[in-house]
Design a protein around this ligand. Sequence first.
Ligand code: GLU
Length: 448
Amino acid sequence: MKVRVRFAPSPTGFLHIGGARTALFNWLYARHTGGTFVLRIEDTDAARNTQEAVEVILNGLRWLGLDWDEGPISGDATGPSKGDRGPYFQSQRGENYRRRVEALLSRGLAYEHEGAVKFKMQREPVVIPDLVVGNVTRELTDREKLDPDFVIVRSDGQPVFHLVNVIDDLEMGITHVIRGEDHLTNSAKHIALFKAFGVEPPKYAHIPLILNPEGSKMSKRDKGASLMTYLEEGYAPEAVVNYLCLLGWSPKGNREKVPIKEVIELFDLPQILRHNARFDLNKLHWLNGEYIKEMSADRFHELAVHALARVSIDTNKYDLEYVKTALDTAKQKVKQFSELPTFSDFYFKDEIELDGEMIQKDFPSTLKPGFKKLRDAYAQLTKFDADTLNNTLKAVAAELGVSVGVLVHPVRLACTGRTVGPSLYHLIEVLGKERVLHRFDQALTKMG
Ligand code: GLU
């Protein structure tokens, strides 16, 4: 049997970290088994649906690299995933639902009641076989003992979640339903519906909840609950994916940094952990730093260019080699891409702005002769590399009879406008003689 799984989010305008993890586990299982990963937007609740809300989901999945495999040819604005295939939208499948409801009505398995359509639910408890939690028996509640039937089409004609979810899983040939544990009890209704349609239900794998650091179910309001936060704050998507893998799954030997290729090989449903996962932002932060440290210069460059563009720094205006070497000097310094502008924006500026307070404090007029001397020494250099720059500064400081520290701090300020940054002589080397002398001259005019 070829595996077919799906991620079936409702477009709420928010992609919860738990939803992203559900998508990831489905995607992993599809990739592990060579199966198919379907994306289905459950947008029957017309009041809440907007194109923007759908985009939040699509952008989140794209950012994580969770590509979906099929869907109708999309002429819509959501754009392609693979080839021209967009996700499925329940809002475009009304005809299927109507046909299926007719079938249930005509076979006496559903009936009309006060303008709505109700499904004749079985009277006995339902056993839900689950690959993660084992067999779960869903007993009837006291209310259900009186009347277990439930509405499948509301009186306004809207089909309800349980119905459309099951019809789509059936028609899309879904073999495994991997979703959050909060849906476990719904599965009783779903299993009964599958049976009414005359087919075996798919296999279920309900994955444990994600808890916030206080130990209660992670909600929308908890810090770090929205996937967009990570995109906006400049996390590396591979670090976020790795972290999400660890929320309910674990490779042997307590390893934490596991490349996605390896996770695909190792991932399987029986290994999903049964206990709830605890969300730990510090661990994600740490993991992100590890990924950045070990990432190739090319990958760093790719993500860095995006991060800088988000704060309106356009690196395209500069020579590619210059951008790459410049960014490389910042690589060891940052744990998040959002920190990158602080460590590299000066490479991409024509002028360095210095506030008045800095000038007063760090550029006293007494510094001027020494600073000028260093400027002229740098101007004489034919080799403008870090070692030579370092030695030259040392020599000038010795000549002036001051410690190197007296020059180092104002030089950094003049060249970068900041008190922290990449290694000084390396950044001067990368900036190059022309830019550096220009910055020295600018600083000298400010020394009064
Ligand atoms: N639309 C449902 C949700 O977002 C889907 C549940 C399922 O995966 O079956 O919770």
